[in-house]
Design a protein. Structure first.
Length: 390
């Protein structure tokens, strides 16, 4: 399918406008970056607590975020786990004591918001010791003969059963415990009397320390640089070094502008955003390779030196493909940005910006650099014999 046929647009003739635009965007982004003391990193990189909560049905993320934000000040993230009825609640705290305090606050907030309470013990979030303390007297009153050791073993067996798949920490009915060793109908009756089953369960709570956050940040930077380095080597082998250098400079330009816009709009850099940036690197590089491959084919057919006209012809020939692929990807990314919710906002924003910047950089940044680099090398080759003769 071709949207455009026999186009003859002088793309390189307009390179000054887009290179100027790139310089302006880069300058604005770097100025914002410097004035704010760097990028705004998420909990994954700065350190904090990640608390995993499982729900009986699809978790209401917005309601969870609103309820917890009212109790815990500062940055807070609530990320839904795809394919699971779970959310990861991120809070910017450090240390085990703070973690325990925040975990208790989150548990109490979720209990107040999503049921439970009423003076009864929440079995879905209780410890074995709390269950033993709660059941000891009521079981005696119900004439259930059970030693202290048997009671402790039963409590551990109940929690082990609750935490194994497919329950994975969440019971929806007390009758589910009928097969647990030591749990008789009389015990289930006492459990119904003394306990309640909340619609959520705190599955785990862990602290991401600042040292680990710094390691993740360094690894994210290295992953991006390794991707660029690998592509440079590939293009130098597949085409020529100047092709690889032009493509890598263009992609590096895309990443810098995208990060600058993240700083300008005060958006958070998370692991999702790093994944989007790596996707952007691959996508933009692929678009550039398509143009470069057409340039190489045109050079073989024309048997001429690389000129702006050959580059313009090659870009015009790939214009339909560029508009179709970039346009469809842009529409998908824009849908994620508009309707994907706060969890995917950073990821989608990086893709939307990256697709726009990456598409025009393949034409107006990589191609002019290629022509300039080729001309420079040709001048060097011609100058070398002249210098040797002198």
């Amino acid at each position: 399918m071709e949207l455009f046929k026999n186009t003859n647009i002088d793309f390189l003739g307009k390179k000054g406008i887009f290179i100027g635009l790139s310089l302006v965007l880069t300058g604005i982004g770097l100025a914002s970056w410097i004035s704010k003391g760097g990028l705004k990193y998420g909990i994954d990189f700065t350190g904090g607590a990640n608390i995993v909560a499982r729900f009986a049905s699809k978790p209401p993320v917005d309601r969870i975020r609103a309820a917890i934000s009212a109790k815990i000040p500062g940055e807070l993230s609530v990320q839904e786990v795809s394919g699971e009825n779970e959310v990861i609640i991120g809070t910017p705290i450090k240390g085990d004591v703070a973690l325990q305090q925040e975990t208790n606050t989150i548990r109490q907030t979720l209990e107040a918001t999503f049921g439970g309470g009423g003076g009864k013990l929440d079995l879905n979030n209780a410890s074995a010791q709390a269950l033993v303390e709660r059941l000891r007297t009521p079981l005696q009153a119900a004439s259930v003969a059970m030693s202290e050791q048997q009671l402790e073993d039963m409590a551990k067996a109940i929690l082990n059963y609750k935490n194994t798949p497919p329950r994975s920490g969440l019971l929806t009915s007390f009758e589910q415990l009928s097969g647990v060793p030591g749990v008789t109908p009389q015990v289930i009756a006492v459990l119904k009397q003394e306990c309640v089953l909340a619609s959520f369960s705190i599955r785990s709570a862990e602290v991401v320390g600042p040292k680990i956050g710094m390691e993740l940040k360094n690894k994210a930077i290295l992953a991006t640089l390794y991707a660029l380095g690998g592509m440079l080597v590939y293009l130098a082998f597949r085409f020529e070094f100047i092709y690889g250098a032009a493509a890598v400079i263009a992609v590096f330009h895309d990443v810098i502008i995208t990060l600058g816009l993240f700083s300008l709009f005060n958006k958070e850099i998370s692991l999702n955003v790093v994944a989007a940036l790596l996707t952007l690197v691959g996508y933009s590089m692929n678009d550039t390779i398509v143009v470069f491959d057409r340039i190489r084919e045109t050079l073989k057919l024309a048997r001429k030196e690389l000129t702006p006209q050959i580059v313009n012809d090659s870009v015009n020939q790939t214009l339909s493909r560029t508009v179709l692929t970039s346009g469809l990807t842009f529409i998908s990314s824009l849908s994620l940005l508009l309707f994907g919710g706060p969890v995917l906002n950073g990821f989608a924003f990086a893709l939307v910006v990256g697709i726009i910047v990456g598409t025009y950089s393949s034409i107006f940044v990589a191609s002019p650099i290629l022509v300039w680099g080729h001309d420079y090398l040709q001048r060097r080759k011609k100058a070398a014999p002249a210098a040797a003769a002198k």
